[in-house]
Structure formats: C-alpha cells, structure tokens
Design a protein around this ligand. Structure first.
Ligand code: ATP
Ligand code: MG
Length: 506
C-alpha cells in the first residue's frame, strides 16, 4: 500500500483500491471530475454501516474536488415513508458538514426509466415474459444447471412493445407479466439470465402516488439512476459484485441507443461494515422500535446515527473510525471497541468535564465551619485551558460516591477509609475519621493548608483523588447509564438483547 503525504491539518491516510482507480481515471482523462452518490432506500433510519458508506462517498468527492449526491433509492413503493426521508437527510447533514441538504429521488427518473425500457424492447434487448412466477424460477436454473428459454422469449418487438404499454396502462393483473432483459439463459452468472426489469404492482408510492402500476426492479433502476446523475464511480457493497456485468450491459445498451452519454459510471465494490455486539439489519431495528424494546430510533443504545448523536458521539469520531478501518475487498468483523475508542479519543479532547455523584453517601468535614462556602476554581478540561474555568462551591457537607468509602480497604484501594488521606478534587485533602452508621455519613477532617492551587496544596501526600458535589448546592438529576444492547459478540436477533442495558438513578 502506498500512502500520500498528509495534507496540512489532516491525518495521514493510506491509498486503497478505490483511490487508485479514481486517480487512474482522472490521469487517463476518462473522467474530468469525480462524482459519487450515497443511495439509501428510505425504509428505515441510517445506521453505523451507512456511516461508512456516507463518509466514503462524500469523503472521496471532497478529496478529489468532485461532488456527491444524496439520492433516495425509492423504487420500491412499499415500506417507504416520509419520516425516513426526513431522518436520513438530517443524519447526513449532521455527519457531513459540507452537505447542502439537497436530496435527489430515483422516482423522479421513472419516466426516463420507462423510456429506456421501450427502447430496449424496440431494439430487441428486452421482452415481456408471461410465465408464472414458479415456471420462471424453475427455468432460471441454478449454479450447476443452465436456464431454459421462456416460451415467450421469441415474441416480436411490436408485440412486446404493445404488451409493455398495456402493463403500464393497467390492463393486466399484478404479476401477470414481467419485463425481462434478453441476454442469455445459459450464462454462468445467474444474474445475467434475462433478469427482470419491470413488474406490475398496484401500490401507492410515497412521491408518485398512483401514477404508476409498474415499478422498475432495483438492479435495472440503479445503474440508470447513476448514469442520469453522471455519477462516475458507483460504490456499493460486495454482494453486488455479481451484478456488475448486468450494470455494464445495461448502460452499454442504453448508450448505444443514444439514451446515455459517455463516460458511463463504473461500479466498484467494497466490504460492508460488520461490528461486533451490533445488529445492522433494518428489519431488526424496526422491530426494536415497534416492540418498544428501545425508546425510539434515537435511543442512545441504537446503532443508528440518530442514536449515536443522542449518545453524544461526534461526526469527527465517525471520521476517525472510517479512516482507521479503511476499505477492503474482504468482509471481516470490526471489534466494537475500535469504534468506541475513536469516539472516546475525540470526546476526551473536546468534552467539558463536570462532577456528578451517582450513588451518593454524605461526607461531613467536622472541622470545617458550618456556614462557610468557598468557591473552588475548577478547569473545564484537565488539559485544554482554552475551555476555561468555572467556580464550584465547597462546604462542610458533600456528596461523594458510596464506593469511594471502604471500612476495611482492599489491596490497592487509596480512597476513603479510616486513617487515610484523600484529595477532594480541586478542593482540600481530607483525612477520614470513620463512618457513622446512625446518620449514614462518612466523617472527615480537612487539612486547611492543602487547598488546590495554593502553595500548600502539595504539602500533604494523598494518593486518591475523588469527585464530589456540595450538598447545599447540588441538583437532583435523572442519570441514565447505557450499556451495550447486545453483550454477545455476534448477536442473532432480539433473543440476545441485554435486558440490563439501561439503568436509571435519580
Ligand atoms: P436493505 O437491505 O434495506 O437494502 P441496506 O443496508 O442495503 O439495506 P440501503 O438503504 O440500501 O440499505 O443502503 C444504502 C447504502 O448504504 C448502500 O449503498 C449500501 O451499500 C450502504 N450500506 C448499507 N449497509 C452497509 C454496511 N453495513 N457497510 C457499508 N455500507 C453499507
Ligand atoms: Mg440496499
């Protein structure tokens, strides 16, 4: 692998087979500028796998001075909804600051797709098949058996065109006919055995309403969508590799007929993201929401972009993750810890710190004046002074974590136990006297010369450093502690859900 010199202000990155292909196409002049696209089907919210594809497509476009489209692949009228469209636009905007929010729709090309179909029929490259679905399936053959020509394969172009128009005009029942490409029923690649191009389906589309009762198949629609938008490099996941010959066949035929212009888009496949402890199947995610296993698509435990955002994860964390895992031609599992690491690394740099006590026990400083309040200066970030400081009130009674106190300390425990000294973070060093059962309080006395930030701060050694909040000034809050939704490494489904993935304290 070769690597570029890093650009100023950007991390070094490695070349890969996609970048090499793009650079070769630019160098040879096959394309003048590159254009990519991210083509979600609006049938669910975007998930972490989509993030990989979004950052790859928008990232390459930016890197090579090209552009990237967000295009809804809305050719399947069932299961598609406006709510999904809106959430997808929102998520892409969040993840990609340079995205202008403009979305394109495959359904806007339905007229052109149909025009292409008429051309393919007229030029003898497509025909209407009237076999039953069962016969069609049987006659397709399989990996070891060649397919068999449909008895309708030799219909004349005129007859096919008349039938196609009747299909479009609603003269035939759902499933009565299918428009198929005429390629070869004996191709070793089953995808080339006269794939279906159009089916009859009476369904209301979320954008075109009832205008159409025939809808294009994904494999037919997608290459045309790319070509219409003058996409140069169409990136998709590995399972589409066997579709590539049809992608090229179709665009080649339409270009021969003058319906498309060169340069035609090329399809390049990469490995999909698979993360341990996560399920990225839209069907499962929809079920989690519908069955109220989680509290919506943006539940912080959901592997959706909306969930990640609510969890506090950042677009920059996603970019680091995408760069770290790279792209490959081999499907593999990425450990969820790698993803969390990228997020933690970025959050560690930017997140302002605050003190909160989740499981409180009261600590009383017996030699500290009853009504005294001292304002302690506390940095918002331990390393980054630019994030500023704040003042936190300190007084005689504080809340500390219950597990910061042990009557009989275990090995390596340096916090509160009788006779030990510990620093109250950004406050004073206190010495623990003991614990009072009756009032459930930890008793302490403070060493008045040890206030943080003063010359005496280090005059007394304390190994432990614990956080606290002032009883008088504390605010009550509901704290939600989220764990992984799946503790098993490769979950199979809803049966593997971690029922303890959300704990609330008040
Ligand atoms: P469906 O089964 O509903 O088609 P999908 O995950 O393919 O699910 P799409 O909306 O079609 O969903 O995906 C949009 C784009 O995101 C596609 O280009 C697809 O290749 C890419 N994509 C989807 N899942 C992943 C993944 N896990 N890793 C990388 N890219 C993905
Ligand atoms: Mg898909």
């Amino acid at each position: 692998m070769s690597s570029h010199a890093s650009k100023p202000g950007q991390p070094a990155y490695h070349s890969n087979f996609i970048r090499q292909r793009i650079e070769a196409d630019l160098a040879s002049g096959r394309v003048k500028a590159i254009k990519t696209r991210f083509p979600p089907e609006p049938n669910g919210y975007l998930h972490l796998g989509h993030a990989k594809s979004i950052l790859l497509n928008f990232g390459l476009a930016k890197e090579y001075g090209g552009s990237c489209n967000l295009r809804f692949d809305d050719t399947n009228p069932e299961k598609e909804e406006q709510e999904y469209v809106d959430s997808i636009i929102e998520s892409v905007k969040w993840l990609v600051p340079e995205f202008d929010g403009k979305a394109l729709y495959a359904s806007d090309y339905f007229d052109f797709m149909y025009q292409c179909a008429e051309y393919l029929v007229s030029s003898g490259h497509a025909y209407v098949d009237s076999q039953s679905a069962d016969d069609m399936k049987r006659n397709r053959g399989d990996f070891t058996h060649p397919g068999v020509d449909s008895p309708y394969r030799s219909r004349s172009a005129e007859k096919n065109l008349a039938l196609l128009r009747e299909m479009r005009d609603g003269k035939h029942a759902d499933g009565a006919h299918v428009l198929r490409a005429k390629i070869s029923m004996t191709s070793p690649n089953i995808n080339m055995r006269d794939p279906a191009l159009y089916r009859i389906k009476r369904a209301t589309h979320h954008r075109t309403g009832d205008k159409w009762c025939i809808y294009p198949m994904y494999t037919y629609a997608h290459p045309i969508e790319d070509a219409v938008e003058k996409v140069t490099h169409s990136l998709c996941t590995l399972e589409f590799e066997d579709q590539r010959p049809f992608y090229d066949w179709l665009l080649g035929k339409l270009a021969d007929g003058g319906l498309l212009q060169h340069p035609l888009p090329v399809q390049i496949e990469f490995a999909r993201l698979q993360l341990t402890h996560v399920m990225l199947s839209k069907r499962l995610l929809i079920k989690l929401v519908e069955d109220k296993v989680v509290d919506g698509w943006d539940d912080p435990r959901m592997p959706t972009l909306a969930g990640a955002r609510r969890r506090g994860y950042t677009p920059e964390g996603f970019r680091r993750f995408a760069e770290r895992i790279g792209v490959s031609k081999e499907n593999s599992w990425i450990d969820y810890a790698v993803f969390e690491d990228c997020m933690r690394e970025h959050l560690n740099e930017i997140a302002p710190r605050r003190m909160a006590v989740l499981d409180p026990v009261k600590l009383v400083i017996e030699n500290y004046p009853e009504d005294k309040v001292e304002m302690m200066e506390v940095p918002n970030h331990p390393q980054n002074a630019e994030l500023g400081k704040r003042h936190v009130p300190f007084s005689r009674e504080l809340w500390v974590e219950r597990n910061d106190y042990q009557e009989k300390p275990g090995k390596g425990f340096f916090r509160l136990f009788p006779g030990n000294k510990v620093r109250l973070r950004y406050g004073y060093v206190v010495e623990c006297i003991g614990y009072d059962n009756l009032t459930d309080t930890v008793r302490c006395k403070y060493l008045s010369e040890t206030r943080s930030g003063t010359p005496g701060a280090d005059s007394v050694k304390a190994k432990g450093n614990i956080h606290w909040v002032n009883v008088k000034h504390a605010h009550r809050a509901e704290i939600r502690v989220y764990d992984w939704l799946f503790v098993v490494e490769k979950p199979n489904g809803i049966e593997n859900i971690n029922l303890a993935s959300l704990k609330k304290t008040y």
